[in-house]
Design a protein around this ligand. Sequence first.
Ligand code: UDP
Length: 314
Amino acid sequence: MSERVVVTGGAGFIGSHLCETLLAQGASVICVDNLLTGAEENVAHLRANPAFEFVRQDVTLEIRIDGPIDAVLHFASPASPIDYLEFPIQTLKVGSLGTHKALGLAKARKARFLQASTSEVYGDPLVHPQTEEYWGNVNPVGPRGVYDEAKRFAEAMTMAYHRAHQVDTKIVRIFNTYGPRMRLRDGRALPNFFTQALRGEPITVYGDGSQTRSFCYVSDLVDGILRLLRSGEHDPINIGNPDEVTILQFAREVIALTGSRSEIQFHPLPTDDPKVRQPDIRRARERLGWEPRIPRAEGLRRTLEYFRERMKRA
Ligand code: UDP
């Protein structure tokens, strides 16, 4: 019998790619989403598949699913800085109450559990690149605190269920990820830069653009997550592409790729914006045999195709 997997946030950017890959590998998938920041359109192409089920539920209230479950992947959460500014309480609730409900479901069904965590647990990091041993530098009362602290709480809750209830848990710390199905108005650097470049509008670089990020193509991330799910690991594992770039350089790459005439316009840096970010992926390499495969130039080309097509429809 095939695996039956619950993906919370399954209609989101990363969640929808997980649902798709799990189905392709022969699993049955129950996608749970309240569509706060997810979109039914992201999973519309999966609905004809009898192994796929979409359930509209707010996981902070309850997760009601009948039948056996082999794994629960908790990916529900707003994930863009502008989203957690708009939905601060929902962000805190899905990381805390939602994680509790998802863990409760996994415990009751003796299912494996995988928590989507984030490089934001490292805050504005004082250790570079970030190893999993680093405890982070997070401002709990700043605007990003609602996301960072909810995810830190989620990690603590996950480890507590593992230690106290022997749930087979895993924690993935996801670094900046990009690819098709990012929302056009998601507010993050890549969707902003692509939509601005394609419309010939100014490219909004925050601060002086010297802050760095390391961007991972979504198929590499999904590969890492599914290896982790099938591993015996319980410690947090960074999954991201260590190829680090300044935001200014990234903006220039988008302009060059799109052939846009857009100019770069500098705007104030958001509060608590991390100055550097690069995953140390030694643990993923050693314990999962995982390595990112898609270079940024290739990933950006694939993503551009999506943005071109999506903007035509919008
Ligand atoms: N950023 C930018 N212009 C934008 C959107 C974001 O310069 O229009 C910057 C942002 O300040 C940050 C980096 O790009 O330094 C990555 O931001 P994003 O929101 O994509 O992700 P995160 O800050 O969560 O890594």
